[in-house]
Write a protein that binds this ligand. Structure first.
Ligand code: PRP
Ligand code: URA
Length: 209
């Protein structure tokens, strides 16, 4: 069964409050989303394996630890997931970045796939799929499927705000995928928007409407 982690670190919660606030403009929204993505990346990489190396400090020889050459891939779901990528790359600069393009049909709320480009060595990489919003879960489930269909074996899903409906959909469809969120909200409204949520993540990030 998938594990669900809610990152309740005070810095994450503080910044998320300003991300939610409708008075926060595009520039600040973008900066905050990136910052929260960095903080979440710090938590999500907690289980990276380490290996021992020998180094020389100015004082003596020493055994010390480095990350054991894990191959990581970050996959934003277009569009809004793009806002989280640079924040993650600040901590994991060597990660490869793929893209999954999906939009939610406004009538049916079903995801429509329009673009997929992944790193070539899909089977060997650990992937983190990122998207600010997990609402009905349709986009997340489809993005995970798109990766699995191309051979991905190890996938985590990370988002800022989730609705219980979205968490359930991912858990049911992909019990092997752990979910990392900054806040679990109350519910979806009749238009499939998360309540209280933050509104339309893509529009707020890119200033479109
Ligand atoms: C938003 C969001 C997710 C999706 C979540 O994208 O960024 O991808 O909705 O909703 P779901 O869980 O019900 O599928 P949107 O479809 O608005 O596309 P955009 O990022 O291109 O604006
Ligand atoms: N997509 C968004 O951008 N916001 C929501 O609340 C739900 C889906």
């Amino acid at each position: 069964m998938a594990k669900v982690y809610v990152f309740d670190h005070p810095l994450i919660q503080h910044k998320l409050t300003y991300i939610r606030d409708k008075h926060t403009g595009t520039k600040e929204f973008r900066e905050l989303v990136e910052e929260v993505a960095t903080l979440m990346a710090f938590e999500i990489t907690r289980d990276l394996p380490l290996e021992e190396v020998e180094i020389e400090t100015p004082v003596s020889r020493a055994k010390a630890k480095v990350i054991a050459g894990k191959k990581l891939g970050v996959i934003p779901i277009l569009r809004a997931g793009i806002g989280m990528v640079d924040g993650i790359l600040k901590l994991i600069p060597a990660a490869k970045v793929g893209h999954v393009g999906l939009y939610r049909d406004p009538e049916t709320l079903q995801p429509v796939e329009y673009y997929v480009k992944l790193p070539s060595d899909v089977e060997e990489r650990d992937f983190i799929i990122v998207d600010p919003m997990l609402a009905t879960g349709g986009s997340a489930v489809a993005a995970i499927e798109a990766l699995k269909k191309r051979g991905a074996k190890s996938i985590k899903f990370m988002c800022l705000i989730a609705a219980p409906e979205g968490v359930k959909a991912v858990e049911t469809a992909h019990p092997d995928v752990d979910i990392y969120i900054a806040a679990l909200d109350e519910r979806l409204n009749d238009h499939g928007y998360i309540v209280p949520g933050l509104g339309d993540a893509g529009d707020r990030l890119f200033g479109t409407k």
